[in-house]
Design a protein around this ligand. Structure first.
Ligand SMILES: Cc1cc2nc3c(=O)[nH]c(=O)nc-3n(C[C@H](O)[C@H](O)[C@H](O)COP(=O)(O)OP(=O)(O)OC[C@H]3O[C@@H](n4cnc5c(N)ncnc54)[C@H](O)[C@@H]3O)c2cc1C
Ligand SMILES: NC(=O)c1ccc[n+]([C@@H]2O[C@H](COP(=O)([O-])OP(=O)(O)OC[C@H]3O[C@@H](n4cnc5c(N)ncnc54)[C@H](OP(=O)(O)O)[C@@H]3O)[C@@H](O)[C@H]2O)c1
Length: 447
């Protein structure tokens, strides 16, 4: 009987567990997560107003409720928790599905000025991640600049522009809802360094910006016309063509009388964040031009866009996990079809799946075939892996070492506490935003 530890309960961890129990009728899986709550970025990344996508948590739930799967929350693998080497002793195999926890940096002057945040910080705040340290994002801001034109940039732009009344039915934490309700941000510029046809957002997400009440979406026709794909959009791949068509619709429409304006800007590369009174006051961009090969070159012309709030949404990045090899250039763990490679050689019994395996791109569903590839490799190795004698039930071993995981009943108690909090606030479910309240709620399961 194969005992596997899956580290991380996001989509890749859940799909790995699912694939393992489906493909092998005897395998037992423990899904460990450093947080007391499961589902990774589906809980702590997917925007709260995307309730349909959020409901994918129900599919992941059925995996964690499988009779041969155990959820062990609140277990950090690495420093301060269970060392990776110890985990290897407790299980026949370990699959790391730890995602990409941090943000990429721009590396330009002024990046760390007060008022400049990574999108990761902003997302963690409105998603009630218990590690979210920051607050006061929108305080005192009238204009915001979002750097980057991927789907996360669209998410944070939409969250800034959404009417708070529309956010109230979501599970977002009360403090974030109150802060956004008091927001005076009326002008949001979302800025790409390349052209519209090279933007990373998807058309469905882009078009949604145009459905926000009392909000105008503005596109500069001159910037659109700079795009080499604009003259003949029919020559573009379908996804890019649809983006360009949506943008053209806005560029050609009359200006509206709306309380909020989203400006979609292109061919502007951030070069510096400018201070005003000790905090960010504007972003300086260099105008770029297409280089004919999908990239851009600088033109030596500059434009400053006023902003008291800057959200840097230029992608996520994997972090090294002590005891595992790491490819610093890509922010991933080197692997061969999911088998971890140490110095170019397969490390027996260690595997990766999801963003830590392939980098921070792809939607939730992308993690399913990715996890399946890893599980196929693991099960090919199973006959060798099961030879190893294990010291007994890993949960008992963890407890003996002073680690008290939040088990499934603890998570269910957190869910109940969030429903009760919602009811007390006249809302539906409202997320608990800090470690203390999450762990206190989990403890009620034991009492
Ligand atoms: C802001 C944002 C919004 C998104 N919105 C959408 C969307 O609307 N639709 C869509 O299809 N896709 C969306 N995506 C993409 C999708 O979330 C990812 O494809 C997916 O979450 C990646 O899965 P993962 O399991 O690799 O990583 P994650 O979901 O990040 O899961 C990693 C898990 O590992 C745990 N972990 C990390 N380190 C440790 C450790 N040392 N010990 C124990 N546990 C650890 C973490 O707590 C986490 O639970 C979004 C991504 C982001 C960043
Ligand atoms: N609703 C959804 O389905 C949804 C929602 C959120 C996220 N996701 C997925 O999650 C993944 C991550 O999304 P993401 O938006 O974080 O990443 P992303 O799609 O990789 O977009 C990153 C953006 O940052 C820009 N950028 C990178 N470095 C820059 C720099 N130094 N200066 C200026 N701009 C820079 C990129 O421009 P270049 O292209 O020029 O490099 C790009 O526009 C994606 O696969 C996304 O589709 C999906």
């Amino acid at each position: 009987m194969l005992h596997v530890a899956v580290v991380g309960s996001g989509p890749s961890g859940c799909y790995t567990a699912q694939s393992l129990v489906q493909q092998d009728s005897e395998t037992h899986v423990d899904v460990l997560d450093r947080l007391p709550c499961p589902y990774g970025l589906v809980r702590y990344g997917v925007a709260p107003d995307h309730e349909k996508i959020k409901s994918l948590q129900n599919n992941l739930r059925t995996v964690l409720e499988h009779e041969r799967v155990r959820f062990l929350g609140g277990v950090q693998v690495g420093p301060g928790g269970v060392p990776a080497a110890r985990l290897r002793e407790l299980y026949h195999a370990v699959v790391y599905c730890v995602g990409a926890a941090t943000d990429r940096h721009l590396g330009i002057p002024g990046e760390d000025l007060p008022g400049s945040w990574s999108a990761t910080e902003f997302v963690s705040w409105y998603s009630a991640h218990p590690d979210a340290a920051a607050d006061g994002f929108v305080l005192g801001a009238r204009s915001a600049v979002v750097i980057g034109v991927g789907n996360v940039a669209v998410d944070v732009t939409r969250m800034l522009a959404r009417d708070p009344a529309e956010l109230s039915p979501t599970d977002m934490p009360q403090a974030a809802l109150t802060a956004l309700a008091a927001s005076r941000v009326t002008d949001i510029s979302m800025v790409g360094r390349r052209g519209p046809s090279q933007a990373r957002f998807t058309t469905k997400e882009l078009r949604e910006l145009g459905t926000l009440p009392d909000t105008e979406v503005a596109v500069d026709p001159a910037e659109l016309a700079m795009d080499p794909g604009y003259a003949d959009p029919s020559a573009l791949p379908a996804a890019q063509r649809r983006n360009v068509e949506a943008l053209r619709g806005w560029a050609e429409s009359e200006s509206q009388d709306a309380s909020r304006r989203i400006r979609l800007r292109f061919f502007l590369r951030p070069v510096e964040l400018l201070a005003d009174g000790g905090r960010v006051g504007a972003v300086r961009f260099e105008r770029t031009a297409p280089d004919g090969q999908g990239g851009v070159t600088g033109t030596g012309r500059y434009e400053d866009i006023e902003a008291q709030l800057v959200l840097r949404s230029v992608g996520y990045r994997g972090v090294p996990l002590e005891g595992l090899p790491f490819d610093a250039a890509h922010g991933t763990v080197p692997h061969l079809a999911g088998r971890v490679l140490r110095d170019g050689l397969v490390a027996p019994g260690e595997y990766v799946a999801g963003w830590i395996k392939r980098g921070p791109t792809g939607v939730i569903g992308t993690n399913r075939p990715d996890a399946k590839e890893t599980v196929t490799s693991l099960l090919e190795d199973a006959s060798v892996l099961v030879q190893k004698e294990l010291p007994g039930d890993p949960l008992a071993a963890l407890r003996a070492e002073g680690i008290e995981p939040v088990e499934w009943a603890g998570w269910c108690a957190i869910e109940r506490a969030e429903a009760e909090l919602g009811a007390s606030l006249g809302r539906s479910v409202v997320k608990l935003p800090d470690w203390e309240s999450l762990l206190a709620a989990a403890r009620t399961a034991a009492s």
